[in-house]
Design a protein around this ligand. Structure first.
Ligand SMILES: O=P(O)(O)O[C@@H]1C[C@H](O)[C@@H](CO)O1
Ligand SMILES: Nc1nc2[nH]cnc2c(=O)[nH]1
Length: 396
């Protein structure tokens, strides 16, 4: 115990009556919402050349031809665009061109229209001349897997239309398409996390791009803190299930209008992690002589960027969670929604303390996470590449 008394040694004081959410939102401020409000607050914004709307030649003036405007805007009444209206017949305040509407929806970014994702996928398949079968999302420090790809075609995220950019140290921010162990693959060197300020649908949008590029298998890796006391730093936990804490808080990458071209409105998530791939990975680990460092377990994603409190870690352990991180779950949900086969693992980069202590060493930190990931990247890369080889051989 550390300088203060906890009544029952469990570390909880029941003083939790003030934890209610304050604004009823999903908790992310994406910095782009203003695009909606500009449109709704300017009743004269239109797509024609007569006024101050986009492309208008008479900027700063108001439009006298308001035929396209909804009645509400003429009386000054506010019309709040909803996701349905944005995806519906395209009328927010007045007629927008298809391109303008799409730009608004992309900026609005909680929903990525199918057509935008299709365009990104075309950009990648045409630019690389390949239709990859396996998609890989490289977790923190494991980006070197993408460096093993042969004949790589590299796409910097910032050069891909409508793609977000990586903001985390250790995430390079590029997409690499090429061949690995005979299979055509596309690998994300750098993923998008909720804590970067991106809504979950944007974090996992690249999974849908992968799907439309032809990807059938999603491989996702992450760095995670080990909660299971049997786990050591440097171990690998093959994910066989997850606890979606962001989902408990009412947040999902599938929120908003469902496009059935990707998958059903209410997808089932039991058996999300492919058992055959888990079993093959265990066999490969045996052949590599790292069997004793391999576990099968349950991962949980929290929003981050802060690491967990002792009370949170105790609660997660009681829920059956073995490792905790800040990613992957929303990618897996998106992949399963569009019927991809999923294989995922956590590299245990730190042991999570579940007892109170004053020792600084017990605190997780990103430098340690990166250092362990660097040390273990050879084993992680070998495991993934050998598994990809098996998939390739089985389908040849
Ligand atoms: O992208 P992953 O899940 O590997 O990154 C983890 C979570 C945080 O970004 C970071 C914390 O140190 O590592
Ligand atoms: N949330 C979380 N993410 C991590 N990523 C690497 N280690 C950790 C950890 O202990 N907690």
């Amino acid at each position: 115990m550390t300088g203060y008394k906890v009544a029952n040694g469990n570390g909880h004081s029941n003083g939790n009556g003030n934890t209610k959410g304050t604004n009823g939102t999903n908790g992310h401020s994406n910095g782009h919402k203003s695009a909606d409000y500009t449109a709704q607050e300017n009743p004269t914004m239109c797509s024609r050349d007569c006024c101050s709307g986009p492309g208008g030649s008479n900027r700063g003036n108001t439009c006298s031809d308001k035929k396209g405007a909804k009645a509400g805007s003429l009386t000054g009444e506010k019309i709040i665009p909803t996701p349905q209206s944005l995806l519906g017949n395209g009328k927010i305040q007045c007629e927008l061109t298809h391109e303008e509407l799409r730009a608004l929806r992309v900026l609005n970014e909680d929903t990525y229209p199918y057509e935008v994702i299709e365009e990104i996928a075309d950009f990648i398949t045409k630019g690389s001349g390949m239709r990859p079968k396996i998609g890989i999302i490289c977790g923190s420090g494991l980006g070197s897997l993408a460096d093993m790809i042969q004949d790589p075609k590299i796409f910097e995220y910032e050069k891909i239309p409508n793609f977000p950019v990586s903001t985390v140290e250790g995430h390079a921010g590029r997409l690499v398409v090429g061949t690995l162990e005979g299979a055509t693959v596309m690998a994300m060197q750098g993923r998008f996390h909720f804590y970067e300020g991106y809504p979950l649908a944007k974090c996992s949008m690249p999974v849908r791009v992968m799907k439309l590029c032809g990807v059938e298998y999603l491989f996702a890796t992450n760095a995670a803190g080990g909660i299971n006391p049997r786990f050591a730093v440097g171990d690998i936990m093959l994910m066989h299930d997850h606890v979606n804490m962001l989902g408990f808080a009412g947040n999902s990458p599938l929120q908003g209008p469902n496009d059935p071209r990707f998958g059903p409105r209410f997808p089932a998530l039991v058996n999300s992690y492919n058992k055959d791939l888990i079993n093959k990975a265990i066999e490969i680990a045996k052949a590599m002589g790292i069997e004793s460092n391999i576990h099968v377990g349950v991962y949980s994603c929290l929003g981050g960027p802060n690491y967990e409190t002792i009370a949170e870690l105790k609660a997660l352990r009681m829920m059956g969670v073995d490792a905790v991180g800040m990613s992957t779950v929303h990618e897996v949900i998106t992949a399963r929604h569009c019927d991809m086969k999923v294989f995922a693992f956590s590299l245990i980069t730190n042991k999570c303390a579940t007892e109170y202590s004053d020792k600084k060493d017990d605190e997780a930190n990103h430098d340690e996470v990166m250092a362990v990931a660097k040390n273990r990247q050879k084993a992680c890369c070998e495991l993934v590449s050998r598994l990809i080889r098996e998939i390739h051989l089985a389908s040849a």
